[in-house]
Each structure stands twice: as structure tokens, then as C-alpha cells.
Design a protein around this ligand. Sequence first.
Ligand SMILES: [Zn+2]
Length: 104
Amino acid sequence: MVHALLHILVPGVVALLFYRPRWQRAWLILAAALLLDVDHLWATPMFDPNRCSINFHPLHTYWAMGNYVFMLFPTMTRVWAVGFLLHMVLDYAECLQLGVLLPG
Ligand SMILES: [Zn+2]
């Protein structure tokens, strides 16, 4: 639950810092990046607190992230790309917390 809360609050902070004066609209789009978690629907079990999303779910792979980076270039998709990459950073941080991505 803390995780979902972070996915709502951190985009709010980013929107406030970088997307003034229209930060509310930016917040809405950045938080909508939570929709990426739709790929959890294909996983069994759908939700596992001890599983690292990065490189497990199709929309959380390095391949997908490469696409998000390309989405940074057109102005039309830029805010979405920032939201998606922010989502990856938050999920990645969770993996570090689990110790999944640590070397060794
Ligand atoms: Zn995720």
C-alpha cells in the first residue's frame, strides 16, 4: 500500500517542482503512469510483495524502458515518458529494498 501511495505522491512532488504553473495536469499524467502495472494481470500470482517488478513484467523490462526513453523526444509524449520512467525508478527502488538487484 505504501508503494501505491509513493506512485501517487512522488509524481505530485515532481509536478510541483518541474511543471508549474500547470502542475495539477502534469501530476494527473505522471500518476497515470501507474497504469503500467496493468501487466501484473498476466502474472501469477498477480501481486507478490516479495517479487521485483523490474524485468519480470513485460512493461517493466529494460526493452520497455528503452521505448520510454525514446518517448522523451516528441513533446507530445514527453510527460508520459517522464511518468513511465519515474514509475520504473520507484519500482527499482523497491527492488533494492528487497535486495533483489544487489550484486552477489
Ligand atoms: Zn510497476
